[in-house]
Ligand binder design. Structure first.
Ligand code: ASP
Ligand code: MG
Length: 404
């Protein structure tokens, strides 16, 4: 079999761990498999390179930033290849460019255009383990690019697609994808499988598992992958297209996002075009809006309504400024901001075929005396905004109600 393995920053965080990675790779090779190994920069390295750059230049030029950041992964490929060679396993390192990864020219967040893994194939056929630098590629003109933070996952998934690999394994410092954050909910369980869409919804609901772009790419090219630990041999979580049996489970996971803030415009005139003006202004300021709730209008003469929306906490100040700038044209009574909120979400494809899922979530919250501020739903997700002070307690209760 042809196996693509990806090791994240923690898994290659020091020489000892790099040797452990090499030992694992060697074991798979002994079983007769061909291996392509994608590695991240050693943990903390990318962050410290960014910090270094900013000490030289507050807004570093993006072309040079990519040249700099690519060195993180270049260090790891060389060390990993050395570790394998030292164990007597033939191994060669390759930069993203050498592996044939071509991207668009958008420095620091380039998109992969195509991969021509001719040299990778040739080196594999000659009996080598091929170690490829994650997170990087080159433009058609030969400039070094990087794929955005966490981009090594994308390198692995894209290479697995291009090489038509039999398996893609994403090694990390957790055992797989959990029903929820085990640090907050001790009864969280590791999932055997999850669909691409569920993982994407959990990620957008605040669960930190994998770079969403990588999951989207995997979905598009139908790359089945496994998230598993580099610290043990436990089977991980298989991420794949939805199957019929996945719907038997009502809820796959619960996520809590503590990084949102709520803005409310009180007494906004209820007229055509008002919402358009508000959200156009936010979009023009490149502020990402997540949930939006508009109340039923009240008042008899000039009908008014309240509009609330959520944004990422770091963007709250900016959002507030934009809204304050609209006071004259839109005309509302006042603007309120609340940073002390949590967005609690339940996700699962089983929602399509089970009824009463939202009701059960709301009843559970009621029993905990948790007030619901905002609600939004998608086909496979229900999210509520609640008081931050009660958010973790609510998360535990909802997890127990659905997942035990
Ligand atoms: N080293 C890069 C980062 O820290 C890419 C990765 O780790 O996936 O974002
Ligand atoms: Mg990383």
């Amino acid at each position: 079999m042809l196996i693509v393995q990806k090791y994240g920053g923690t898994s290659v965080g020091n020489p000892e761990r790099i040797k452990n990675v090499a030992a694992r790779v060697a074991r798979f090779r002994q079983e007769g498999h061909q291996l392509v190994v994608v590695v991240s920069a050693m943990s903390g390295v990318t962050d410290s390179l960014i910090k270094l750059a900013k000490e030289i230049m507050p807004l570093p030029t993006e072309r040079e930033m990519d040249v700099l950041l690519a060195t993180g992964e270049q260090t790891t490929i060389a060390l990993t290849a050395m570790a394998l060679t030292a164990m007597g396993v033939p191994a060669v390192s390759m930069t993203g460019a050498q592996a044939g990864i071509v991207t668009d020219p958008v420095h620091t967040k380039a998109k992969i255009k195509n991969i021509t893994p001719k040299k990778v194939h040739a080196l594999l056929d000659a009996g080598n383990v091929v170690i490829v630098a994650g997170f990087q590629g080159e433009t058609p003109d030969g400039l070094i690019t990087t794929l955005g933070r966490g981009g090594s996952d994308l390198t692995a998934i894209a290479l697995a697609a291009a090489l038509k690999a039999d398996i893609c394994q994403i090694y990390t410092d957790v055992d797989g994808v959990y029903t929820t954050d085990p640090r907050i909910v001790p009864t969280a369980k590791k999932l055997d499988e999850i669909s691409y869409d569920e993982l994407l919804e959990l990620a957008s609901a605040g669960a930190k598992v994998m770079q969403s772009r990588s999951v989207e790419f995997a979905k598009k090219f139908k790359v089945i992958f496994e998230v598993r630990s580099s610290m043990n041999d436990n089977p991980g979580t298989i991420v794949k297209e939805e199957t019929k049996s996945m719907e038997d489970v009502v809820i796959r996971g619960v996520a809590l996002d503590k990084n949102q803030a709520k803005v409310t415009l009180v007494a906004v005139p209820d007229q055509p075009g008002v919402a358009a003006r508000i959200f156009k202004a936010l979009a023009d300021a490149t502020i990402n809006v997540d949930m939006i709730v508009q109340n039923v209008s009240h008042g008899t003469q000039t009908r008014t309504t309240d509009i609330s929306f959520t944004v990422d906490k770091p963007e709250l100040l900016k959002a507030r400024k934009v809204i304050e700038g609209l006071q004259a044209t839109v005309g509302y009574r006042e603007v309120l901001a609340d940073e002390k909120i949590g967005k609690l979400s339940i996700v699962g494809v089983g929602m399509r075929s089970h009824s009463g899922v939202a009701a059960k979530m709301f009843e559970t919250l009621a029993r905990e005396s948790v007030n619901i501020d905002m609600i939004s739903t998608s086909e496979i997700k229900v999210s509520v905004v609640i008081d931050l002070a009660k958010a973790e307690q609510a998360m535990r209760a909802v997890h127990t109600a659905f997942l035990g």
